[in-house]
Design a protein around this ligand. Structure first.
Ligand code: NAD
Length: 365
């Protein structure tokens, strides 16, 4: 076994159908008296539900969160926080609501009680993100990590298919890259493999029966594990590529993760044999076909499988490859621009990863 450092981060997680009812007790535990409930405009109804549950502890609802946390939205939210003398934040929804709460906490150190309803995993991490003039900045600060996370599968039954599958693939991506992270350790590997298993088994079952609480719970459990992995170890090529594609070409976050994951695995497979073994066990497929099997999964779930489908322009592929090799993250295989350009070409057209053949710059098939 290789040497490793394992550092656990404090986390309080309440999990189960109907557990949203615990939100008031959780706020009282941190002595909160003036909570601001945060959501995206589409999830205002859920925000109202939280407000009803916490009664007098709620001083306002801010249903204005949007993707990628633009700084002007943070400034507006900070004005409200100051005007209402807010002492705690309760984001409900996906990474956009939780992202806005984190950005407020970064400026104010206010505690967060998060109620996630997608599978993106932000609630388990100390990672914040902000977009200013079209440029996304990220950083890590424990002050933004929620004090309590309430996972209530009942809140996820209306999650649209596209968000269910693509945010679920986002969580699988955290697990996959955690398995070959530079600072991987045996505990995180266990969580990552189990997270992939849970999401891989639950996503097709959700599509067949979206209101089935058992399978919705399994997916939320997988998302918790994925978020924990993301918050604990470094990410690699896949996250770098998604960062470039989302940041520079404004591609949608979760869909980009969903499209790119099979290709990032394909690129790295021959250089991450231990990780590939774990992923193959979790997916119950042969090691040689891990990337192809994940491609088949997204295809069978009916979500986009190519960059072309989610708005990428072929004429931008050269520049994207250049950007992807700048300031690279740690990756098990060295980042070669021609091979990355080839990877992007495959991802652009949505070609199924080839079994047992490594992506090289010169492959043209
Ligand atoms: P999102 O929060 O934008 O939600 C996607 C859509 O789903 C929104 O329209 C939302 O209103 C809707 N939705 C949410 N809950 C719903 C429900 N219960 N029923 C019906 N609709 C619902 O998207 P996301 O994929 O959750 O998060 C993406 C964002 O999170 C990105 O900005 C990404 O960068 C960030 N993120 C951050 C981290 C981190 O650790 N900081 C981790 C993962 C993702």
């Amino acid at each position: 076994m290789k040497s490793f450092l394992y550092e656990a981060q404090a986390a309080r997680v309440i999990f189960g159908p109907g557990e949203i009812k615990q939100v008031q007790t959780e706020l009282e535990k941190i002595s909160a008296k003036r909570a601001l409930v945060i959501s995206t405009p589409g999830q205002e109804e859920l925000a109202n539900k939280v407000s009803d549950l916490i009664g007098d502890l709620c001083v306002g609802i801010h249903a204005k969160a949007v993707q990628h946390v633009p700084t002007e939205k943070v400034e507006k939210a900070l004005e409200i926080v100051r005007a209402l003398h807010v002492d705690s934040l309760v984001p409900i929804g996906g990474g956009s609501s939780i992202g806005l709460a984190k950005a407020i906490a970064l400026n104010t150190s206010l505690p967060i009680v998060a109620i996630p309803t997608t599978y993106a995993g932000s609630e388990m991490t100390p990672i914040w993100g902000l977009t200013e003039n079209g440029i996304k900045k990220t950083g890590k600060d424990l002050v933004v990590k929620p004090k309590t996370v309430i996972y209530d599968p009942n809140l996820t039954v209306n999650l649209p298919t596209l968000v269910t599958v693509t945010s679920g693939m986002n969580a699988i991506a955290h697990c996959v890259e955690g398995l070959y992270a530079e600072n991987v350790n045996p505990i995180i590997s266990l969580l990552a493999e189990e997270g992939i298993r849970a999401l891989h088994s639950s996503l097709p079952a959700i599509l067949a029966d979206p209101y089935n609480i058992e399978v919705r719970s399994e997916a939320l459990y997988g998302c918790w594990l994925g978020g924990t992995v993301l918050g604990s170890v470094g990410m690699a090529l896949h996250h770098k590529l998604c960062h470039v594609l989302g940041g520079s070409y404004n591609l949608p976050h979760a869909e980009t993760h969903s499209v790119m994951l099979p290709y990032a695995i394909w690129y790295n497979a021959a250089h991450a044999s231990k990780a590939i073994k774990s992923i193959a066990r979790a997916l119950r497929v042969e090691e040689e076909d891990v990337a192809g099997s994940l491609f088949d999964l997204t295809e069978s779930l009916g979500v986009p499988t190519s960059l072309a489908e989610i708005g990428m322009k072929e004429s931008d592929l050269d520049q994207a490859a250049e950007l992807a090799v700048k300031n690279p993250y740690y990756n098990p295989r060295s980042i070669e621009q021609r091979a990355i350009r080839k990877l992007l070409e495959y991802a652009f057209t949505g070609k199924r990863p080839l079994k047992g053949i490594e992506i090289q710059g010169e492959i043209n098939s």
